[in-house]
Design a protein around this ligand. Sequence first.
Ligand code: NAP
Length: 266
Amino acid sequence: MSKIKVIVAGPRGKMGSEALRMIEKEDNLELVACLDRKHDGVKVADIDGLPAFDALIYSDVETCFQTVEADVLIDLTTPEVGYLHTKLAIEHGIRPVVGTTGFSNEQLQELTNLAEEKGIGTIIAPNFAIGAVLMMQFSKWAAKYFPDVEIIERHHDQKLDAPSGTAVKTAQLIQEVREQKTQGHPDEKETLPGARGADFDGMRIHSVRLPGLVAHQEVVFGLPGQNLTIKHDSFHRESFMSGVKLAVEEVVKLDILVYGLENIME
Ligand code: NAP
C-alpha cells in the first residue's frame, strides 16, 4: 500500500513538532513538505530540534501546494493562518486535518460548504485526545439529567484563543440535549466583569491560563445535594497524536468536512 503523503503546517510549534515525531514513527505516513513562515527552502532536518526529514520547508502556501504532490495537510498553527491554509488546501485538492482551534462558526460553515462543493475530505477536531473526546461524550450524556453545568478549562499561558475549542465543542454537545436555562440567581451581579465566566446558552465557561499546564478540562454538573465532575487531563502533547494519525488515515476516505474526532471513532 502506498504511503499517505503529508504536509505539516507549523512544524516548529509544540503540536507541529510532535506531529513530525509521530510521522517519523509511522510506516504508512510520509512527510513531503512543511509550511513555515521562517526557513523557506531549508530541509526540515536542518532545523534544530526537529526530526531528520529531507522534506523542504515552504513559506508561501500557494507555491507549496502547487509544487508538492500531497494527500493531506496537517495544520497546527493559529486561527487566522490555519483558516487560510485549510481553504487553500481544499481548493488544491489536498485533504486538511486541522487541529488549529479558534475558527468562527462562519469560517467553519464556509469550509464545510467548500469541502462539499469540491468533494474534498476535511477533518477539523478541537481536541485530538481520545480521552477528551470521551469526556465530551460523557458530558453530553450527563447533561440530559443535570441541566446545571459549568465548564472549567485550563491551558498553558501561550494559548491564543479563549475559551478553548474543546470547551466550546463540549458546550455545543451539551446544548443539543440540555433543556435551555439561565443558571445562577436571576438577580446575580458581577462586581468584577467576567467573574462568572463566558455565557454559552445560559451555562458558564471559565478559562484558566497558567504556565505548567498543557490541556485540561472539568465539566461540573449540579443537582440539589449532588455534584458530578467529568475531568480529562492531557499531560503531554503526545496525547493528541493517536487522534491525528487516525484522522489522517480517515480523511483520505472522505469527501465532506467532518467536525470532531468522535465522528470518525468507531
Ligand atoms: P505553538 O507552539 O505556538 O505553535 C504554533 C505554530 O504556528 C508555530 O510554529 C508558529 O510559528 C506558527 N505560526 C504562527 N503564526 C503563523 C503565521 N502567520 N504563518 C505561519 N505560521 C505561523 O502552538 P501549539 O501549542 O503547537 O498549538 C498550535 C494550534 O493547535 C493552536 O491553535 C492550538 O490551540 C491547537 N491545539 C489543538 C489541539 C487539538 O487536539 N486539536 C491540541 C493542542 C493545541 P512562529 O514560531 O513563527 O510563530
